[in-house]
Design a protein around this ligand. Structure first.
Ligand code: SER
Length: 311
């Protein structure tokens, strides 16, 4: 039986992943943890600082955990403001989790990588699974190094660790924090509240994106796939759609005709410019039958509906 610990569950992905996991494994088998208390949760919660191995170990033993989803991280834009902290949390946090997981013979570990693991010399269109990766943000450097670490723990220690290179994740339930792709979330809130949005990326900046339900399903399908199907032990390229700020604005205007966007690119522009525009995820499609469901018009419609309801 699965007993699951989500580390960093207070972030953008944690709660939605927990809800989906609880439908399969039962709510009482999912434990949410974060460095800060998680308020008003229907799940059992714990405080865990991923830099504290003892704390991780204690919680794993206390709940007889079999599976870990390690989501605690500092994202790209936040990481550029405090690179040393991003390195410490993203790298030492991962190392601690992998070490403890090996020691306790944890059955499976999930760890997210990102399109940020690519860099300026990566082919930017249909970025292949295997190619030059020269990330130039601290976040991207920790993601690429983390991928190497995951594969190392699989090859040398037999740990069943699996990973996805997430595109920008679009969602309405929990606000994201400190990402470069976050404009594609802020834009909905501003469109509904003020009918205008100032975008921190330029109008034709194309980036790979995915809607939260697809991201959650991809994560679960990867983790449920038979071991022999998993041919990539660093991290799988994962794709859904790609669009620019201009294209998402035009789609929003179909619902809110007076919506206006203007552009004031800041330091996040150069981060976005070093990332792929689109991703070749044929390994995921072949190995575990990955298929995205949501395209841009459906995402926009669904986002506007849910954010409107919450306002
Ligand atoms: N969405 C993340 C970011 O923008 C990339 O993984 O930082």
């Amino acid at each position: 039986m699965e007993k699951i610990l989500i580390l960093g569950a207070g972030g953008q992905l944690g709660k939605e992943l927990a809800d989906a996991l609880s439908k399969v494994y039962g709510q009482s088998n999912i434990i949410l943890s974060d460095i800060k208390p998680i308020e008003n949760s229907e799940f059992v919660t714990e405080i865990v600082d991923v830099l504290n191995s003892e704390q991780i170990l204690t919680v794993l033993k206390k709940h007889a955990i079999t599976h870990i989803y390690h989501l605690a991280a500092i994202l790209s834009a936040a990481g550029e403001k405090n690179p040393a902290l991003a390195w410490n949390i993203n790298m030492n946090g991962l190392l601690n989790v992998l070490e403890v997981a090996v020691g306790l013979q944890i059955k499976q570990v999930f760890w997210p990588s990102s399109i940020a693991a690519f860099g300026p010399n990566t082919p930017r269109v249909n970025t292949p699974q295997f190619c030059i990766m020269d990330p130039n943000t601290m976040y991207g450097i920790t993601k690429l190094t983390g991928e190497r670490l995951c594969e190392y723990y699989f090859l040398k220690k037999g740990l069943d660790v699996r990973s996805l290179r997430y595109p920008g994740i679009i969602s309405y339930a929990t606000p994201p924090g400190g990402g470069t792709t976050d404009y594609a979330i802020h834009i909905f809130h501003e469109a509904l509240k003020h009918q205008k949005y100032t975008c921190f990326l330029s109008e034709n900046t194309e980036l790979p994106m995915i809607y939260m339900p697809d991201a959650v399903r991809a994560t679960m399908e990867l983790m449920q796939a038979p071991k022999e199907k998993i041919s990539v032990r660093s991290s799988y390229n994962l794709a859904a759609i790609s669009f620019t700020p201009k294209q998402i604005a035009q789609e929003i205007q179909k619902h809110i005709s007076q919506f206006q966007i203007n552009y004031q690119p800041d330091f996040r522009q150069s981060i976005a410019d070093s990332w792929p525009k689109s991703i070749d995820d044929s390994f995921a499609r072949k190995d575990w039958n990955w298929k995205h469901e949501y395209n841009l018009p459906e995402i926009v419609k669904d986002m506007l509906f849910h954010i409107q309801k919450s306002l």
